[in-house]
Design a protein around this ligand. Structure first.
Ligand code: FES
Ligand SMILES: [Fe+2]
Length: 469
């Protein structure tokens, strides 16, 4: 274990342009010419740099405690409101061995433990969604509840004269919504969702709200690693030059900005259409434009860069124009950075949600069953609903095994599938390496991996406390 550098202050500065420098030199900034306030850095210099034990990733005892201390006490995004459009629509959210049926009822959206009160059978299969009519019926002996959870019918009722129907209502979990996302929490005493989300609602109010968007693609992949191993691959860009060398032409990786807020939220801001500080020479603005990432994956942007502007400003201007034409949405109030950069927020314990219109997507990671060595990672893309039309159905989930490439999924472009394959291909080997480790700890960097350290501090608080932070 590394004992040299515990509690040293964070040094955030990668040599060269910082994210703030990039935004300050953008063509379109805040109306007063400064960096928009919502993009300013928030660094926690008090985070300890203590090593993290691998036991947290590989031990069954730690996993079992997480199921009770973390997954049963935190707000988790379960589905979108468009999964629950009409009365009787349901959606099953599974996390580890917990399974919750979320239902649209006469009295709003409710969430029930997915377990029959007769002999425990799941009321709806895991990973299922659909329409349950005006009742919820167990598939085994047909005990039946109303949508609002009252026990309505027990076959052979003469055998159950001892049964208190009132006491056999379906037990509920907390449900709340924000920006079209449905969240659940198994803890009846949990803090309100809006408080739990910390800065997210206020920050996202600066951008195009997701209320009127829908799920246009939803891919999940089984991975042979702990859920935290998978998640942490998306909390730093330290690995980018080595795992995704092609990205260094068009992404600011080592100079990404990492911000830390309350216990539940942190974010990274990653500049698009810039050269990585890991490359010895910056590529030209014209070449950058050709290699654009934002505003349409793999589309080549032909165009002239006007004097005093950059590839970033041309890409942002094109995005504003396209958005106005396609969706009638005027994004002229947004800076170039807010239009095209990756503004990725992490919500404890398992959600990444991207702000701004540049990369409207989510990642979510969930443990599977009772197994610290497997998880599911999901990649969900959102699009604005078409103008003047009823909301389209959310895209069905496409499920990939560990050995399947994202390139097999229709609608995932070649560039994105390659990056996602590169990220997920490492994870089995990292997890197996943790299990065979002699050192038994990881030593994280002070700034680029600070969000992983922040995540572990919150994890420790939940694991040791009776109530959440
Ligand atoms: S287990 Fe559900 S009705 Fe018997
Ligand atoms: Fe990556």
């Amino acid at each position: 274990m590394n004992t040299l550098n515990s509690n040293k202050p964070v040094n955030e500065r990668c040599p060269g342009m910082s994210y703030q420098d990039i935004v300050k030199s953008d063509f379109k900034r805040a109306p007063d010419g400064s960096v928009p306030a919502v993009l300013r850095p928030v660094i926690d210099k008090t985070l300890p740099t203590t090593d993290i034990p691998f036991e947290r990733y590989v031990s069954q005892a730690w996993f079992d405690l997480e199921m009770e201390q973390v997954w049963a006490r935190t707000w988790q995004m379960a589905c979108r409101l468009e999964h629950l459009q009409q009365l009787g629509d349901y959606f099953v959210y599974d996390v580890g061995y917990w399974s919750i049926v979320i239902v649209k009822t006469e009295t709003g959206i409710r969430g029930y433990y997915n377990s029959c009160l007769h002999r425990g059978t799941k009321l709806k299969p895991s990973n299922s969604s659909g329409f349950t009519g005006n009742q919820i019926q167990c598939p085994y002996h047909a005990w039946t509840w109303s949508l609002t959870g009252e026990l309505m019918n027990v076959p052979c009722a003469w055998e159950f004269e001892h049964l208190d129907y009132g006491a056999n209502r379906l037990p509920e979990v907390r449900v709340d919504t924000w920006a079209g996302f449905v969240f659940i929490n198994l803890n009846p005493d949990a803090m309100p969702l809006m408080a739990y989300l910390e800065v997210i609602p206020e920050h996202f109010s600066h951008w195009w709200p997701f209320d009127d968007w829908y799920v246009v693609s939803h891919v999940e992949k089984e991975l042979s690693c702990n859920w935290k191993t998978a998640q942490e691959a998306f909390m730093e860009a330290y690995h980018t030059p080595f795992v995704h060398p092609e990205l260094t032409k068009v992404v600011g990786d080592w100079n990404m900005q990492h911000d830390i807020y309350g216990p539940h939220t942190s974010r990274d801001l990653c500049a698009m259409a810039v050269t990585s500080p890991s490359r010895p020479h910056a590529i030209s603005q014209e070449e950058m434009l050709e290699n654009r990432l934002a505003g349409g994956p793999q589309t080549k942007a032909k165009g002239v860069i006007p004097p005093g502007q950059s590839a970033r400003s041309v890409i942002a201007a094109r995005m504003r124009k396209d958005t106005l034409r396609k969706y009638g949405k005027d994004l002229s109030y947004l800076s170039d950075a807010e239009c095209i950069d990756s503004l990725k927020y992490n919500l404890f314990p398992n959600l990444f949600i991207y702000g701004g219109p540049g990369l409207p997507q989510l990642h979510r990671v969930r443990p599977v069953g009772n197994d610290p060595h497997h998880c599911i990672m999901e990649f969900i893309r959102l699009m604005p609903k078409p103008r003047g039309e009823p909301g389209p159905e959310p895209a069905p989930v496409i499920r990939l095994r560990e050995d399947q490439s994202f390139a097999t999924v229709e609608g995932v472009d070649a560039f994105s599938s390659r990056v996602l394959d590169q990220d997920t291909n490492n994870l089995r080997w990292q997890h197996e390496g943790m299990r065979t480790s002699r050192k038994k700890h990881e030593s994280l960097s002070s700034y680029q991996e600070s969000r992983i350290r922040h995540f572990h501090m919150t994890l420790e608080r939940y694991m040791s406390a009776d109530a959440g932070p």
